[in-house]
Design a protein around this ligand. Structure first.
Ligand code: RTP
Ligand code: MG
Length: 138
């Protein structure tokens, strides 16, 4: 089976808080390979494509605003079962209940805002990964 790839984003809160290095350290320690990495400042159209599945949800507009609030780091990551593995490293969506030991559990804060500023994104399936890698890396 070919090595799997996923899209990881260190979101604006992670970059602004200086946590990119700490997050990359966990990714590298786990043994995943950085195939490509870049600082990105996505426009609204890119984010509308990326978050198409969430259009119409209450957090959709705050999410787009948040994602345009500063630069993110986009990472093309490779490894055996990396899609599942990175989501395991990231922890569940809500930082308050994300397990300690995960990125969101250890570093994520609940700011009481309309959207979870939870530091990272990871593709949730092979189909999402292919779609999202095309959006962010072409
Ligand atoms: P991601 O896509 O970023 O890896 O996160 P996820 O699968 O754990 O979460 P998802 O349900 O796909 O939601 C995408 C992002 O929207 C924000 N969100 N905020 N009620 C809320 O405050 C809320 N729900 C979702 C988060 O930034 C989440 O990562
Ligand atoms: Mg998701």
């Amino acid at each position: 089976m070919p090595i799997e790839e996923t899209l990881v984003l260190v979101k604006p809160d992670g970059v602004a808080r200086g946590l990119t290095g700490a997050i990359l350290a966990r990714i590298e320690a786990k043994g995943y390979a950085l195939v490509d990495i870049r600082l990105v400042e996505p426009d609204r159209e890119t984010l509308e494509r990326h978050y198409a599945e969430h259009e119409g949800k209450p957090f959709y507009e705050p999410l787009l605003e948040f994602m345009m609030s500063g630069p993110s780091v986009a990472i093309r990551l490779a490894g055996n079962r990396v899609i599942e593995g990175f989501r395991s490293l990231a922890g569940t969506t809500d930082p308050t209940t994300a397990a300690p030991g995960t990125v969101r559990g250890d570093f994520g804060r609940d700011w009481g805002l309309k959207v979870q500023q939870n530091l990272v994104h990871g593709s949730d399936s092979p189909e999402s990964a292919a779609r999202e890698l095309e959006i962010w890396f072409g």
